[in-house]
Design a protein around this ligand. Sequence first.
Ligand SMILES: [Zn+2]
Length: 365
Amino acid sequence: MIPKVLGNSWWRVRDGNVSFWRDHWLKSRALINSCDISDYPLLKVRECGLQNGWDVDLLHRLVGATKMEEILNCLGEQKEGGDLLIWKPTLNKVFSSKSAWDCVRVRAPKSEWATWIWHSALLKKYSVTIWKALHYSLTVDSRISSLGIPLASRCECCTQGCMEDQDHVLVYGMIAADIWRWVSLQLGMSYDSQRSWRATMELWFRRATHSTQKGTLLALIPIIVTWSLWVWSYKARMEGKHVAVSSLWGSIKAAIAWDVWVHGALLDEKGNLIWAFAKELGYGSNNEAELIALCYGLQYCQDLNIGRVEIELDLLLVVHWLQKGRCGIWYLEDYWKKIQVMVATLEVKIQHIYREGNAGADFLA
Ligand SMILES: [Zn+2]
């Protein structure tokens, strides 16, 4: 590396305490690269000076006429003070190990997926899982047998028990196919049961964009889905827990909401993520979104065996709906019915609160 380090360094000569032959102080390379050292191998630049000017005869004898001219031009700009060693790769001319590393590293071509896989809104566990899948290094049966370890493979997701490979776990298996079909439907993406995991991700990433909330979700959602499916099969295999598709879908939605909320990357102007997500699922107004959020919220309470719930909603209209037991929007009937059932089984108190009053709860959530 020393030639590289020297090649990227340059001396700005002031008092001339640098090697005439070996240091890189001319604009071109060090003199040792273009001239033979005829005499004075340890000569310093300042030793070429006479009382008022440069020892032209000496320079001429050492390097010849052309080089001498270059040297005189360079030394003509000389200022007072100590010599300055300049590191050329950085703008401030100060050496840093980062810039040195950039000089010597071999850059791999950037993965087109990288900006999404390592998106700041994602938990690292998602990123790492996707990265492993991208390199076919998730520990599935087919991977183990490809390493020469014989085993009888039987997936955890299908009743008939299929050979477990990465695509089966992540897209082709019964659970995976159900989830992908559903999530594609929800976000208006095309679904094809024959599409491989890699092709599926590419399809979503192609539609994704950093400029809009929905565009970003189109990249983050398949990542979270992939991670969830991987965890599903892992838990089924290692812990014998076969979570139902509906709960898996619920937890995927919660993961999306949680992830995006915690990292603050996709909050809408009211700072509410579930609204944003519900809106992305095709619901227009805040009233509708809040009703859906309420439905999820009550579901969580039920899942956590919380029996007494106090709900503070900041949308008056929804509070009226709940108090009167009548929902104003026909296409929310499904959610409405679910809420009615849950409200009947839980001890629920509902009241209106101003948005500012909900800030603390929002933060905790
Ligand atoms: Zn299966």
